[in-house]
Each structure stands twice: as C-alpha cells, then as structure tokens.
Design a protein around this ligand. Sequence first.
Ligand SMILES: Cc1cc2nc3c(=O)[nH]c(=O)nc-3n(C[C@H](O)[C@H](O)[C@H](O)COP(=O)(O)OP(=O)(O)OC[C@H]3O[C@@H](n4cnc5c(N)ncnc54)[C@H](O)[C@@H]3O)c2cc1C
Length: 246
Amino acid sequence: MSKLDWQLGTVVSIVPETPHVKTFTLKLPRWTPHLAGQHYDLRLTAEGGYQAERSYSVASPPEQAGEIALTVELVDEGEVSGYLFEGVGVGDELELRGPIGGYFVWRGLPGSPPLLLVGGGSGVVPLMAMLRHRRGIGLHTPAVLLFSVRTPDEVIYGAELEAMAQADPTFTLLLTYTRRAPAGWAGYQRRLDAAMLAEVVGRFATPPQCFVCGPTGLVESAANGLQAAGLPPEAILTERFGPMGG
Ligand SMILES: Cc1cc2nc3c(=O)[nH]c(=O)nc-3n(C[C@H](O)[C@H](O)[C@H](O)COP(=O)(O)OP(=O)(O)OC[C@H]3O[C@@H](n4cnc5c(N)ncnc54)[C@H](O)[C@@H]3O)c2cc1C
C-alpha cells in the first residue's frame, strides 16, 4: 500500500472555528506520520460516479497519532467545501490519500533557524501544524506568526494561538486586520506590505526560514516584501490556496 492509495477516514469530530471555517478530525485506518506542512487529497464521489478532488493541509501535528485534522473554509459556491459543511457529520466516512508534499514542510530539527510564518485566511492551516509540532517537540527556536485576517470573527485558531503566545515567550503572534479591527486595537490594520514585512523581519536576531501560505495575491506580496527586506529566495517557501492554487 502506498500513501497515494485511497483510504476511508471516519469523521470523529467537527469543530466550528469561525462562522465559515470548520475543523474535521478523521481517524485513518492506515495513518502514517506526516511532516508539518503536508496535505491530503480528499475525493467525493456522487451516485452517478462523478468525482471531485481537492487538497487540504493537515492542521494537526504528527504527534497526534492515528488521526488527522483538516480545517476547511467554506468558499462561495464551493463544490467540495460546501458539501463538507452541509453534508458531512460525525461518523461519516471520507476518501483520503496522503500525506503529500515534500517542499512546504518544516521538520523541526534541532538547530533549525528561527521561523517566520506568514498566512492569510485558511492559509494559516499548514502553519498551525508547524506551530503545534514545534510545541509538541518542545523546540524553542524563535517563531513569529504574521496572520492576515479580515475581521476579529475570522481569526482561525484564535484562542489556541493567544494561549500559545501567552505560554511561550519565544513565540509571537502578530495579527493584521484588513477590514475591521477589534475596538482599541493597537496592532496592524492593513494588508501585508513591504514596510510591515521589513519590520517583522527586523525582530529576528538571525535570518529566519519563512513559510508563506494563503491566497495568491497575499503570497506574492509577502514573498516580494520578504525579499525586499533582504531575505534570500531560498529562505522563503510559499504555498498558494484558491482558484490559482496548486
Ligand atoms: C496544497 C493545498 C492545500 C490546501 N489546503 C487547504 C486547507 O487547509 N483549507 C482550505 O479551506 N482550503 C485548502 N486548499 C484549497 C482547497 O483545495 C479548495 O480549493 C477549496 O476548498 C475550494 O474548493 P471547492 O470545491 O469548495 O470550491 P470550487 O467549487 O473549486 O470553487 C468554487 C468557486 O470558488 C473559487 N475558489 C476556489 N478555491 C478558493 C479559495 N480557496 N478561496 C477563494 N475562492 C476559491 C473558485 O474559483 C470558484 O469560483 C488547499 C489547496 C491546496 C492546493
């Protein structure tokens, strides 16, 4: 059996993260440890045989043996995300294959450079797997998450990220609100730009390894900004979600 063979995962829990985002935890009969940043393919088959296949990053760390958590954002008129939101309950089975991907991964080896994670919307999912893995192995290499969200309601994993930042002085959470910030917010309130990225890079004593994930526009502006801040292209790994994704 290879990891590219399909297997049937059973949904063991569904947790709403925001009004448009849910986390599905699936128990897998042939679970193998993944690397933080990898994804699974999920395939739906309709009665007539029509199939639709999409990729979803693993949100859980490899330490969570036997199961994977997928965090799915409901996309307007989305075929697969719409079905997952409305048609899937605890106990249902879904066809999956993985883990897949060898590029956008963080292994968390001792002596790794500091981590700069930049995400927008559901692009935070693979970055969360990296942060959970970092916590799981007790590695305290400095890490910063710069997370672009539209409104306070849309901060995926908000409570867990806040708690992680409170508990670990080597982890910094930076949110930027692009449409509406909470009352009294003193942090960033705009889309990612070169000045913001230069400021964030300036927080590191040694050059960080960067992982950038989200919609295409955000990924492009973040990657350009990070290079303009002096980081070499090989220190910037990117993954695009969405219509131009792949
Ligand atoms: C490697 C990889 C990992 C991914 N991981 C995740 C993940 O962890 N969580 C997650 O929610 N998604 C993730 N995605 C995106 C996911 O694969 C689907 O593209 C997404 O769920 C939409 O599929 P759909 O069938 O619901 O929409 P579709 O029916 O394919 O599209 C419906 C409409 O929405 C547009 N659209 C498609 N995708 C997006 C999008 N992401 N944002 C805005 N508009 C879109 C389409 O152009 C179309 O107009 C990942 C993609 C890749 C390539």
